[in-house]
Design a protein around this ligand. Structure first.
Ligand code: PAF
Length: 281
């Protein structure tokens, strides 16, 4: 696996590959890799001539500085996992390669309602930071396809919008959430859970499954209330548990029995904030 640390070097290399007609699959990450990331790498490997993974913990997307400080960093293990997966290229830039002094990002990305609900509401500024870094990474890598995990469904929609706003020539492939055998969605943040917390964490999956099994047309507040109680009883502090349109994440209080729905949850287990979602119909 080739490892690049400088933006100009990886851009030059990929420009030559592109000129030879090679397709480039791109998996952006913040490291602390797990099988969910590796499933994205595998998808890219099966569809692209070259697969690029980036590992960069982007400071501008952390609305809470403590969350940034505590974000797990496991770069040696990440390199081993990527080599084992046969990833072609790792981009591992220092911060000044992503945000050089002369680089100008738009001061605001117009994300509309997407930025006002759910993660957008609870993590103000987070999606502006995501857009900033993804725009820059896309500029450097200029991939044919970007591979993203459905676990961050709102982020997937935000990046789709970023690509539309910039009319960027890149396809998006949204890949299914990978789960441990007890249902817990794979996440870098799971590494911060202690053994007791890890045993409780699958309650998020259970709450979403409860909604999926019991959803009926009409008001959604009763089922959400019951799901929230399930989580509170296990010791979660719930930021939100919601049912929304799977098309645009508009919250649904009263379901017409037809629209495609997704249930979404974000909750703290002591210091660790976890998110998950599930398509309902
Ligand atoms: O999902 C992530 O790991 C990050 O938000 C991303 C897309 C790599 C941007 O920093």
């Amino acid at each position: 696996m080739l490892i690049f640390k400088k933006s100009q070097d990886i851009s030059d290399y990929l420009n030559k590959s592109r000129a030879k007609g090679q397709s480039i699959g791109f998996v952006p990450t913040m490291g602390a890799l797990h099988d969910g990331h590796i499933s994205l790498i595998n998808r890219s490997l099966s569809q692209s001539n070259l697969t690029v993974c980036s590992v960069f913990v982007n400071p501008t997307q952390f609305n809470d500085p403590k969350d940034f400080e505590k974000y797990p960093v496991t770069i040696e293990k990440d390199i081993l996992l990527l080599e084992r997966a046969k990833c072609d290229i790792l981009f591992l830039p220092p911060v000044e390669e992503i945000y050089p002094k002369d680089w100008k990002s738009p001061s605001h990305f117009d994300l509309g309602e997407l930025e006002k609900v759910l993660e957008g509401k609870y993590r103000p500024g987070h999606f502006q930071g995501v857009c900033q870094v993804v725009q820059r990474l896309l500029q450097i890598v200029n991939p044919t396809t970007i591979y993203l995990g459905q676990k961050d469904i709102q982020q997937c929609m935000v990046i789709k919008r970023l690509i539309e706003l910039g009319k960027l020539p890149v396809k998006i492939d949204i890949c299914p959430t990978m789960r441990d055998s007890d249902g817990l969605a794979m996440s870098s943040r799971n590494q911060r859970l202690n053994a007791d917390e890890r045993a409780i964490a699958p309650a998020l999956f259970e709450a979403l499954s409860f909604i999926k099994e019991n959803i009926k047309s009409g008001p959604t507040n009763h089922i959400l209330y019951d799901a929230q109680i399930m989580l509170s009883q296990k010791g979660f502090k719930v930021d939100y548990i919601a049912i929304a349109s799977a098309k645009d994440l508009q919250l649904i209080d009263d379901w017409n029995g037809k629209d495609q729905l997704v249930a979404l949850v974000a909750a703290f287990l002591h210091q660790v904030r976890l998110i998950d979602n599930m398509l309902l119909n």
